[in-house]
Design a protein around this ligand. Structure first.
Ligand code: FAD
Length: 480
């Protein structure tokens, strides 16, 4: 038994040739934002290659850039480790830069191959192969178990879709590959040392009451499957309309964080939902269409990896807008004086999530009423969201700002008050986050710095009609 209390292979039971053979065949499976055993192509390939060392790398750069998402990943690790241990394996956790960690792991273990899921965007994988090969192993990158392989759904002329609806129709006509069952892993002769399962850099970078956020998270592969079961039990034909009501927390699956950290695959969701549809459950088609937006975002991001930094429609890079400043800070802190926007910003800060419709309204308010650069908002979402996904975040921000593919036209300016009357008519959502004494308001107060918590609702930063007109005038000048 090693010092972690688990039993390594007893070398004396095996002949020396068998020991050498096993060591020479050992492979590393890097669980790279795919924190599950089910439907994990890289893990299946690793298991076919030889004894597997399951590895997670906690990269400090990631913790700094996306602390809530990093912390969310750390929360999934105990469940993953437990699932591996049930088959005698275990999770090896290492902190550091991925190139350096992989090189050290290859040298420590003598592994001859590393299997991992392709990164997003794929271009970031270029340096990895050199690091792995430099340490004496081969890198095998596998596609993520999304609905479709990137670039596989194309227009009649063989180009990528730039508009969602035809993309969706083409995807729906094709077939989605079956999910892969969890493989049985064979064990290496010895286990490399592991760091702990927690991620202190992520917790520190969160810079807010993580324990409050953690109350809103159900982490782990098994919890993701339980949540999917529960969602399919309550799914019905009303999904398409109910999903727009911010106070109706049961209306949607709530699985975006599980998808983002790879606790469950999009293919598994698809096939489970299709099975429910075959049993007469309503609302499935609308749900699958939402799920396809995620693949659409990934396809766009793959084709234009700079989408998180530059406008997809390049002429929009010259659109006049302000950068970061006091108004952006008021938006981040949920004190714009616009109730639905402030409620949404508080929800995100306290829970790591924000309702989809409120995301659209809060984002639109920032880029249109305040005329602030969409990247200021994108960066804040990237810091705060536990479901942060580079592609979905970028596509949606560019959609709202009007500079992305298939974007909402710039002249369509959401009026947050009209939206509130339509989707939060009984003020349930607003009151939950803004009314003193309400649970949401208390959660926000517990998570936020003291100076963010006001005892009054602030005056609006800008009159909504004036803000709208200012944006439309700027747009008219820009078009001229
Ligand atoms: P459900 O209604 O249950 O939908 C099922 C799945 O479909 C979701 O889990 C998600 O994976 C996918 N989906 C639904 N809507 C969208 C969409 N508009 N774009 C892409 N995929 C979608 N989603 C993220 O996962 N990560 C992000 O970083 C992110 N940033 C966003 C930023 C902005 C400005 C906006 C407007 C939206 C953003 N979204 C993002 C999309 C959306 O808000 C969330 O996916 C949704 O709120 C998830 O809730 P759910 O899982 O209950 O959705």
């Amino acid at each position: 038994a090693d010092n972690a209390g688990t039993v390594n292979f007893d070398r004396s039971c095996l002949g020396i040739r068998e020991v050498n053979k096993r060591e020479a065949m050992t492979v590393i499976c890097w669980f790279r934002r795919v924190l599950r055993l089910d439907d994990h192509p890289a893990l299946v390939a690793a298991a076919e290659g030889g004894p597997v060392i399951p590895l997670v790398i906690l990269d400090p750069a990631e913790a700094r850039a996306h602390p809530a998402s990093a912390q969310r990943q750390a929360m999934a690790l105990p469940d993953l480790d437990a699932a591996l241990r049930r088959q005698g394996s275990r999770l090896i956790v290492r902190r550091g830069d991925p190139d350096a960690v992989l090189s050290a792991m290859i040298r420590d273990s003598g592994a001859r191959a590393v299997h991992a899921t392709q990164g997003l965007p794929f271009a970031t994988d270029d340096g990895l192969a050199a690091a792995v090969e430099g340490a004496g192993a081969r890198l095998h990158l596998h596609p993520p178990a999304d609905l479709i392989p990137r670039g596989s759904v194309l227009t009649g002329t063989g180009t990528r879709f730039k508009v969602f609806t035809p993309f969706w129709r083409a995807l729906r006509k094709g077939s989605i590959a079956d999910p892969l069952p969890a493989p049985r892993l064979s064990l290496p002769m010895s286990w490399p040392a592991s760091d702990g399962l927690d991620w202190p850099e992520a917790r520190a970078a969160m810079n807010r009451g993580w324990d409050v956020v953690a109350r809103h998270v159900q982490a782990g592969e098994s919890a993701a499957h339980d949540r999917l079961d529960a969602f399919l039990d309550r799914l019905d034909a009303r999904y398409g309309t109910r999903r727009d009501t911010p106070s109706d927390s049961d209306a949607t699956s709530g699985l975006s964080d599980a998808l983002a950290v790879g606790e469950i695959s999009a293919r598994r969701l698809w096939h489970r939902a299709m099975n429910a549809q075959a049993h007469g459950i309503g609302g499935v088609e609308d749900f699958l269409r939402e799920l396809a937006w995620r693949d659409f975002a990934r396809d766009l991001f793959d084709a234009t990896p700079n989408m998180g930094r530059t406008c997809w429609k390049s002429e929009w890079n010259d659109f006049p807008c302000s950068g970061d400043g006091p108004e952006a800070e008021a938006w981040r802190q949920g004190r714009t004086g616009v109730a639905l926007v402030d409620a949404g910003m508080r929800e995100m800060f306290a829970t790591g999530r924000m309702h989809n419709r409120v995301r659209m309204i809060a984002a639109s308010y920032l880029v249109k009423h305040l005329m602030i650069d969409w990247r200021v908002g994108l960066d804040w979402f990237a810091r705060c969201l536990t479901d942060w996904d580079a592609a979905s975040n970028a596509m949606n921000w560019q959609w709202v700002a009007g500079c992305g593919p298939d974007a909402s036209p710039y002249f369509r300016v959401f009026n947050p008050d009209t939206q509130a009357a339509k989707f939060d008519g009984k003020h349930r959502y607003r009151d939950h986050w803004l009314k003193p004494g309400a649970q949401g308001a208390a959660d926000f107060a517990a998570a936020a710095p003291r100076s963010w918590v006001l005892d009054h609702h602030p005056a609006p930063l800008i009159d909504l009609d004036r803000g709208r007109q200012r944006a439309l005038d700027a747009y008219a000048r820009f078009r001229r």
